[in-house]
Design a protein around this ligand. Structure first.
Ligand code: ADP
Ligand code: MG
Length: 476
């Protein structure tokens, strides 16, 4: 039997507001436990929630950016359940009437084609506190600093057909919320996390299979792995006559397996009802227009502009625009040095490679856009060779200063053309057999000569110059 997998994601993004969604307490990450939870976050009697306008603006921006409908009127509801890190006994969320509905996001597939993933809804809600199971003997610690942090939960249609597609979609949403500056996107700190819903069905069947939900996965790599092991588990189960139970499962990264957490069949009834402490959220056309005016250039538009303005290839433009800070870095380099193609190549290969290797973000890059631009200018003018450029890059990475400083300090200078000519004349005199072969039409011999010149100049000759001088002198 051929199986098809079906995936829908619920992505939780912590909105980057300074204060909480219904109180004035700070949201900064990493404070001492329980120092950033006020009476409202603790659900003490007699307090009232006041909606954070900034969180609403952020939700509207997101809605506009994914071409969704922003609801003129949406409603906050209480989702009732008991858990130690939820002091009120209910979470304020949106249920029947979310603030954002019916958006879409385009993803690129491996074969170069694109696919549109539907966004069912995005709603505002508050985060819960944190239960800390480590560090306490036979006890659980409760940190309520996170309680009341604003979340935008982005729910997709079950439109994805592989773990790869799910990750591509998640990366797109991640890129977008960072562009919009509505979420810092920090996955280690839990600012951006997702639940993956997974089912399988025989190829050709219209009806969706029973799904399981993989909870709170906070890295792209784990999302891909978790979905793949879950797909395999479900197919194995079905092929051996079993059935998939609708349940919540946890992904264990160390064992690379998923295991049951709680079944939906015994799941609680959340008894949703409109929160009587909060008025319906009314958004008028001025609010929407103001949000529209504040939208930055979005990734897709930036990519098209890079292709047009800098004549970059689709693939390169996509890589350079996936992250807003990388795109800004690239544009700064080009503004200072010109040479967009050279800049694109260096940023995509050398710079990104180095950042990845050292697990650094562009913001932590030891080579500023100004420094890279300075080096690329020297390279483009032929003042240094490609080999020297790489050495200078390493030296700049290690904090040895700008290109000129390093060039002077190390005496880096391409061998001048008179010296290169001398080397070539010498080689031609020494290798008559190879000269004959070349002149008889064996073009490959040119490579032999280039190699010999580079060797004789200890890598200091400019390969382009060597090539043209050789062509001239070998001609007859
Ligand atoms: P719940 O609130 O119980 O989590 P929803 O109906 O809101 O359920 O669905 C949550 C997510 O599950 C959505 O992203 C949706 O696309 C996805 N989903 C629903 N049915 C399936 C299915 N059969 N297979 C895979 N994903 C599904
Ligand atoms: Mg769910």
């Amino acid at each position: 039997m051929q199986w098809e997998s079906v995936i829908g994601l619920e992505i939780h993004t912590q909105l980057a507001t300074k204060s909480k969604i219904f109180s004035g307490a700070a949201t900064a990450f990493g404070a001492e436990p329980n120092t950033q939870a006020c009476a409202v976050d603790l659900g003490l009697p007699g307090v009232l929630p006041v909606l954070n306008k900034q969180a609403v603006r952020m939700a509207i921006k997101f809605g506009l950016a994914v071409g969704a409908q922003v609801a003129p009127r949406s409603v906050f509801a209480r989702k009732n359940y008991f858990y130690p890190d939820l002091p009120k006994g209910y979470q304020i969320s949106q249920y029947e009437l979310p603030v954002v509905a019916q958006g879409k996001m385009e993803i690129e597939l491996d074969d170069g084609s694109t696919k549109v993933i539907g966004i069912t809804r995005a709603h505002l809600e508050e985060d819960a506190g944190k239960s800390l199971h480590e560090d306490f003997h036979d006890m659980t610690g409760i940190d309520l600093n996170r309680a009341g942090t604003p979340l935008l939960e982005i729910v997709s249609e079950p439109d994805m057909r592989s773990a790869k597609e799910a990750v591509a979609y998640m990366k797109k949403i991640h890129s977008l919320v960072r562009y919009l500056e509505i979420c810092d996107g920090n996955m280690q700190e839990g600012s951006f996390r997702c639940d993956a819903n997974v089912s399988v069905r025989p190829v050709g069947h219209a009806k969706l299979g029973t799904r399981t939900e993989l909870k709170n996965i906070n890295s792209f790599r784990f999302v891909e792995r978790a979905i793949n092991v879950e797909i395999t588990r479900q197919i194995d189960l079905l092929e051996n006559g079993g059935r998939v139970v609708q349940e919540t499962r946890l992904y264990d990264a160390t064992k690379n397996e998923t295991r049951a957490m709680r079944s939906k069949e015994e799941a609680m009834d959340y008894r949703y009802f409109p929160d009587p402490d909060l008025l319906p959220l009314v958004i008028n056309t001025q609010d929407i227009e103001a949000a529209r005016q504040s939208l930055p250039e979005l990734p897709a538009a930036k990519k098209r502009r890079f292709m047009r303005e800098f004549e970059l290839k689709d693939y390169d433009a996509a890589l350079l625009t996936a992250d807003r800070d990388v795109a800004n870095y690239f544009e700064t380099v080009v503004r200072l040095a010109g040479e967009p193609k050279l800049a694109a190549n260096w940023i995509i290969s050398e710079l990104s490679g180095r950042l990845n290797k050292e697990d650094k973000l562009i913001q932590q890059c030891p080579i500023s856009a100004e420094l890279l631009a300075g080096m690329l200018q020297r390279l483009a003018k032929g003042a240094i060779t490609g080999k020297m450029a790489k050495d200078i890059f390493d030296a700049m990475w290690n904090g040895e200063g700008d290109a000129d400083t390093i060039i002077t300090k190390r005496g880096l200078k391409p061998t001048d053309s008179a010296a290169v000519e001398k080397i070539i004349d010498h080689l031609i005199a020494q290798n008559p057999a190879q000269v004959e072969q070349y002149r008889a039409g064996k073009d490959k011999v040119l490579g032999f000569f280039v190699g010999q010149v580079m060797k004789a100049s200890q890598g200091k000759a400019d390969p382009a110059q060597v090539n043209s001088l050789l062509l001239e002198k070998l001609k007859k």
